[in-house]
Design a protein around this ligand. Structure first.
Ligand code: ZN
Ligand code: ZN
Length: 427
């Protein structure tokens, strides 16, 4: 007889005969029987539901189950494997997935088709849920379906667990205080990082990069396996990055630790002498996208060498004319290999002559987002029109270029004079 109150029927009237016939031909364990009626009523485990069904049919659960062949009994073992693996990966949330012998899944489908039931639950769902419950109780982490920090996938035929670990992201702003290092790591072109004679067996084109200086400290704490650097644009290898710095998001792939002491990391990076970071905080994949799309006005300090000496009066006039012009820029030769060749119009919003010594000229410029600033000076052999060079009527070469500020916070109107004092204080 049935134990306890029966809230609802497990199967439709008249179905009993065919269910019994199926179970006689294909004997199932209590859990596998219960799983056939998983969506009927609530509050029972599959095993309890199976017991009830079998008792209504006056049958017993099979010791050797035609369907799972004892797999359900292994759930605690799978949970133990997951717990072991999770110990290596710090997280607050997790999710369990599993791989099951395809033959078993085929048997499962045969049974569903034979019975014509729509109340079943797939065995994978049961394994995932039951393993998840045990792990949750044991390690105090929460099952999260949408964006789990760690996903543990149990291969039930091999008794093996693999993990997918969501990356962590750290936002910050960096200042680059030395020339000659690129923003991101730059593997040797010849050997692609393996090490060769050309790169002195370092595997890289440059000794270090902003990314690597930051990675040194972040990776130590995050125990990550790899990293990527997402900058809001980039400056030249030879340019300094000053002012409040350039926004970036640092991505740690497969981190062992997710909660980082960012103030301590910041302090340690800032001892490098080459790169300084500020405002470190946790970030997200979404912020990488918005950061990459963002275009801002920028202020630069530029040192220019003129082909001949030009009087200050004429330089001032040329600089004024430059700010008054729509500057038409064809994609510069230096970036033509990675960008489509097209024309854009940009403006130099503000320009100031800081110093003129002989044929060496120092300028401060504030330009519209997306201006090719070097080309606005030297003209890129006519591809940028006008340029300071054509306005002066002499050739002009950019000797040094520093980014003084990326104006990502203020949309417009902050005057160059207003910035100057601050920049000088920070440089
Ligand atoms: Zn079974
Ligand atoms: Zn090499």
């Amino acid at each position: 007889m049935v134990n306890g109150p029966v809230e609802s029927r497990l199967w439709e009237r008249g179905a009993e005969g065919s269910i019994r016939a199926s179970l006689e031909a294909k004997p199932l364990c209590e859990s596998c029987v219960g799983r056939l009626f998983a969506r009927v009523g609530t509050g029972l485990s599959n095993r309890e539901r199976g017991r009830r069904a079998l008792s209504e049919l006056r049958m017993k659960g099979a010791r050797s189950c035609w369907l799972c062949r004892g797999l359900v009994e292994e759930i605690p073992t799978f949970a133990a494997l997951v717990i072991d693996e999770l110990a290596r990966w710090q997280s607050e949330t997790f999710l369990v997935g599993c791989r099951v012998d395809p033959d078993l899944l085929e048997r499962e489908e045969i049974l569903w088709a034979e019975l014509g039931l729509h109340t079943y639950e797939p065995i994978k769902a049961e394994i995932n849920r039951e393993v998840g419950k045990i792990v949750e109780a044991e390690v105090g982490r929460t099952v999260e379906f949408n964006r789990p920090e760690v996903t543990a996938v149990v291969d039930t035929t091999m008794d093996h667990v693999t993990v997918q670990v969501a990356p962590i992201y750290v936002y910050g702003r960096y200042r680059k205080l030395v020339r000659g290092i690129p923003q991101t790591r730059w593997p040797c072109r010849r050997c692609r990082g393996r090490g060769c004679e050309t790169c002195g067996f370092t595997g890289r084109m440059y000794e270090t990069s902003v990314e690597e200086v930051i990675a040194e400290e972040v990776m130590k704490d995050a125990e990550g396996q790899d990293h990527s650097f997402h900058g809001m644009g980039r400056e030249d290898i030879d340019a300094l990055m000053l002012g409040k710095g350039r926004p970036f998001v640092f991505e740690v792939r497969k981190p062992g630790r997710r909660s980082l002491d960012l103030p301590s990391i910041q302090k340690r990076i800032n001892l490098s002498g080459s790169v300084e970071v500020h405002q470190l905080r946790p970030s997200s994949k979404e912020e990488v996208v918005t950061l990459k799309e963002r275009m801002c006005e920028k202020s630069y300090r530029i040192q220019v060498r003129l082909d001949e000496e030009v009087p200050l009066q004429k330089v001032n006039e040329a600089v004024e004319a430059l700010t008054a012009s729509e500057i038409v820029q064809r994609t510069p030769t230096r970036v033509a290999h990675r960008r489509a060749d097209r024309e854009r119009e940009r403006r130099v919003l503000e320009a100031e002559v800081v110093a003129l010594r002989g044929s060496t000229l120092e300028l401060r410029l504030r330009t519209e987002a997306g201006t090719y600033v070097k080309e606005a000076i030297h003209g890129d052999e006519g591809r940028t029109r006008p340029s300071l060079a054509t306005l002066l009527g002499t050739k002009a070469a950019v000797v040094e270029l520093d980014v003084l500020e990326i104006h990502d916070e203020d949309a417009h109107g902050e005057s160059l004079e207003g910035d100057t004092a601050k920049d000088q204080a920070e440089v």
